[in-house]
Design a protein around this ligand. Structure first.
Ligand SMILES: [Cu+2]
Length: 119
């Protein structure tokens, strides 16, 4: 009985280890507009990562459904883990994709993308 009751604790420890190694490099923690959201026309796209990112190697594109990249000026946050892009003009209605690439504080390069819709 006691032998089997330890299993949940072992499982929890394995999960904790896996989470710990994943936390070693930064992943996208939150974004504005949020992934899969529907928003009013905006000129600002902000990404926040779970850990430090190297600003020199970290940026993103905002691409519309026809593959056109928006003109965007990216500023890196003082917190060392966020970026804010200011677009030269509000995004047109439709689906937009954010393609981000970063160098994590631990040196790993990571990329990702998500979409949101402007109504
Ligand atoms: Cu890493």
């Amino acid at each position: 009985m006691s032998r089997f009751s330890t299993l949940p604790f072992v499982a929890a420890a394995v999960v904790a280890l896996a989470t710990g190694s994943a936390a070693a490099h930064a992943h996208l923690a939150s974004a504005t507009p949020a992934p899969n959201s529907v928003v009013a026309p905006t000129r600002t796209v902000g990404l926040t990562f779970s850990g430090r990112i190297v600003s020199t190697f970290s940026d993103f594109d905002v691409v519309d459904a026809e593959g056109r990249k928006a003109e965007v000026r990216i500023a890196h946050g003082d917190d060392g883990r966020s970026m804010t892009g200011t677009l030269s003009r509000p995004l047109a209605p439709g689906v937009h994709r954010v393609d981000w690439r970063i160098a994590s504080g631990d040196g790993h390069r990571m990329t990702g993308s998500y979409t949101f819709t402007v109504r």
